[in-house]
Design a protein around this ligand. Structure first.
Ligand code: PEP
Ligand code: MN
Length: 333
């Protein structure tokens, strides 16, 4: 149950109500909000005076629920760009899997600059499956990403893989990516909930949709309303592709949640040959953003080499997307 309290409820009453209803409390745009685990409307008569509006949810998908906020949450990316709300925008996010050097990221920026793409993504703290592979440039990479991003007037997004560097990532980037393997990390989720920066949560490849949205609830219920969900493929019995992009799941999320949805066909496919077709299919679904990995020289990439598009491939793909966007009443931004 979600309770919006009336204005001017005293601290003491707030504390009493939180304890009594076992609620999480946060304040958003001046309103005190309590979220309780209750699935029925159990508010004692004498407490009614403190409560403005209330919503009862059938599951622990509460703040992300369309029954609470029927519109997709509007998230401001820059002064010029928002997604969700009534924007009908689909945000293009691109860049290499990992930042590897200043010259590499400069080349990536010139691609974005040329196509007028505004959000650069590159990983600095890489959640690799093997300890013997490139682990990312870490803090040095983060500083470099900020430097070149600023030089080209780009917004930057980078991932956090564990709680040890979440504060650094939060302070350098414009959008925080919580990687698929980190989706359950409470330290990360809670730290991100205390920021107001947009948070992109990737779905764990073995996570149900319920678990995925519940991860988002940790961020929302800590007071950060700016959460996006990113479907990046789940593990199935199939081995010919790296993962299986769950577009049925995306249809579910669009129907039942109020969170903007970003699709990542690069990690789902795992091979560059399939990324363009898959991206066009994602665009046609009418989602709020696309995340595509690009690299100046994919074969030499230090991580995810097989799936990154070279700059010509990305340019061709990018040009093919606007007519699809237009045909479904959306705009690629
Ligand atoms: C990535 O975005 O480069 C990445 C490691 O993705 P995921 O967390 O989806 O595996
Ligand atoms: Mn990657």
């Amino acid at each position: 149950m979600i309770l919006h309290l009336k204005a001017n409820v005293s601290e003491a009453e707030l504390e009493r109500l939180s304890q009594k209803y076992k609620a999480i409390h946060f304040k958003l745009y001046g309103t005190d909000i309590l979220v309780t685990p209750s699935k029925t409307k159990v508010i004692e008569e004498k407490d009614q005076d403190y409560i403005g509006q209330s919503w009862v949810m059938e599951s622990d998908i509460q703040l992300a629920n369309k029954n609470y906020l029927p519109e997709i949450r509007k998230i401001k990316i820059s002064d010029q760009i928002s997604i969700g709300g009534d924007s009908k925008n689909t945000l293009m996010i691109t860049g290499p899997c990992s930042i590897e050097s200043e010259s590499q990221i400069e080349e990536s920026c010139s691609l974005l600059n040329h196509l007028n793409v505004k959000v650069l993504r590159a990983g600095c703290f890489k959640p690799r499956t093997s300890p013997y592979t490139f682990q990312g440039m870490g803090l040095e990479g983060l500083k470099l990403l900020r430097k070149v991003g600023d030089k080209y007037g780009l917004k930057i997004i980078s991932e956090v893989k564990d709680a040890s560097h979440v504060t650094d990532v939060l302070s350098y980037v414009d959008i925080v990516q919580i990687g698929a393997k980190a989706m359950y990390d409470q330290g990360i989720l809670k730290a991100c909930s205390k920021s107001t920066k947009p948070i992109l949560i990737k779905r764990g490849f073995g996570s149900t949709l319920q678990e995925f949205v519940q991860a988002a609830e940790f961020v929302l219920s800590g007071g950060n309303p700016n959460v996006m969900l990113c479907e990046r493929g789940i593990r199935t019995f199939e081995t010919k592709t790296r993962f299986t992009l769950d577009l049925c799941g995306v249809a579910y999320l669009k129907e039942y949640t109020n969170l903007p949805i970003i699709l990542d066909p690069s990690h789902a496919m795992g091979y560059s040959y399939g990324v363009a077709d898959l991206t066009r299919a994602c665009m046609a679904m009418g989602v709020d953003g696309l995340l595509i990995e690009t690299h100046p020289t994919p074969k030499e990439a230090l991580s995810d080499a097989s799936q990154q598009l070279n700059h010509q491939e990305f340019t061709d793909l990018y040009h093919s997307l606007s007519s699809i966007a237009q045909s479904i009443g959306r705009k690629l931004v």
